[in-house]
Structure formats: C-alpha cells, structure tokens
Unconditional design. Sequence first.
Length: 333
Amino acid sequence: MFSLAILIFTACKKETVEGPQGPAGPAGPTTSVNPAIYGSWEVLSGMPGAKYFILKNTNFLYRLDSLDHGFKSLTGDMALLTYTQIYVFRETFNYSINNDTLKLVNLNRNITLKKKVNAPDETDWVIYATVIDSIVSPTHSDGREDIGFDGTNILWTAKSTSDTIFKINPLNHAISYLHLSNGYYYGSTTFATFLWISDNSAIDKVNPTTGAVLGTSPALGTSRITANALVGSDMWYCEGGNIKTWNIVSDVITPQFHLYTDGMEYTGGFLYFFNNNQIYKCQLSPLQAIETYYIDHQNIGNNNGGLTYDGTHFWVVGYDNNTNKYLLYKLSI
C-alpha cells in the first residue's frame, strides 16, 4: 500500500504544470522579483511608438507612447513578475538586467530599454480629466456615434440606424428630438449653422429645423465615417482610421494622417480628437497636438462614441459594461 501511494503521488506530480521560477541558489529556487526592474525606463528599440515604461513598486506598469504630430497615449496594466519573467499587456517576456539596460524577450519581440531617472511621470505625460456628470442614452441602443452641440442641446443619433436626432440639454438633462427625412447608419453629427450627419461613407447637409436633406457629399471613402467636424469650408472626418478633409465648396478630398478617432470637435480655434482614453487638442498650422487629456474612468476607453463641447465642458460617449448602456459623460475639462 505504501509503494502504491508513492507511485500515485509521483504520477500526479508529473502532470502538474509549474509556473516560471527564478534561479536556484544555495537556498534553493526563488520566485522573488528582481528589485532592479522597478523605476522608469526609456524604450530604445523593439516597440515603435513606445517612449517610456514606468514600473511602480506596486507592480503597476505604465506605458507612455508618442507618435507623429505630437499624439501621446497612456496605458496601464498590472504586471505579474518573477525573478526572470514579466507578464503584462497580455504578453509574457523573459527579462534580464545588465547595469542600466533592461531586455524583454519572447518569441515575437526583442525590446531594449535603458534606465531613465529623469523620465516624465505618467501625470506629467498627460493631463488627467475626470467625469463630473453623466446622462444615460435615451434609446438604450448602440451609441457609438459622434455627437454635436447646437448652442443649447447635445445632438446624438444614439442608434446604429436612426431617423432621429435626440436633443439632450446638458444642464437639466431634458430630452427632445428632431425627426429626420433620412435614416442614418451610425450617423456622426456636427453642428455649424446646419446639421452635418454622416451616413456610412457620405455626409448630408441637413436643415436643423425641419430635418430635411439639403445636400449630400460625394463618397468620401470606402469605410464608415466615425467622426466629423467642420472647420471653415473643410469638413474633417475619420474614415477607416484615416483622417481626411472634404472641402464642401470644391468637393476636393485630401488625406491628412492616420489616426482612428471616435469623436471630433472644433472650438476656440483648436481641433480636438477623441481616441480611447485620450483627447488631443491640436493646432492646425502646422497640425500638432499641443495637449493630451487622459480620461480616468472605467467606462471610457472601449466602445466609445463621440465628443462635443457645450461652451463650458467637454462631453464624450462611453459604455458601461455592467449595465450594457451608453452614456454621455461630462468631463472636468
């Protein structure tokens, strides 16, 4: 019986999958973290766009990215570490530290970083914004459409297919509506004297009082328009992750740059882009992001809708995973 028990125990042990272990020293194996990995690191190679990694001693890692035109982003994740491995952003890396150089290696990436004591902190990289009010969608439907503001109300089609503009007062949350003479597929809306509402890859000019279509753009691409904003005679829009302009007088379409954005707003001489948790404030000549706002909220970052400005504060569309509802969120900026 004793021999049988030993045999069963040995067989079970062989089937167990062991996790990563640290080096075996005089005292045996260790899984403790190499403390030298904590701190700020500058990315030298292996991860285009990434500028810095900041690993806190709480094991929370921030990734600071910088792209063309000054677009920045901030992403964070809890890191799981042993003495030789780190799991973060859904990837596992072997890591090694030699003096001030950190290497992260797996089958797909070979990343080299250098210790950067004076690297910017995450709170210096972006300007944090918080949510100070919210309004639940009047349709309880798919709300991933860009929004506008007519001077009194936030304008939102608020459904994947809609023949209605819902007019939502940001002060008292009262809701009225405007019936449209056309149905719109994920209709992104901006207001500049007229309503400008996207329908797949075209944009209609709409009477803001009657809802009648006054004109229609040519096809502005092959993909659905996800955001739009009128600047003078140029309609800026995002189509297939590409920012373009359509001149509403000459019908000339001009590619600008690559950036997927869920919302646009032009106000105060600046053009704003809403992407994931970030809002970029951009000057136009030359186009450059001069400030990046980071929205610190769990319901903003995935399944977003649009962006607008009510004269005092910005509003964005976010999604509550717990209630499966879209909401307008008023920001502290």
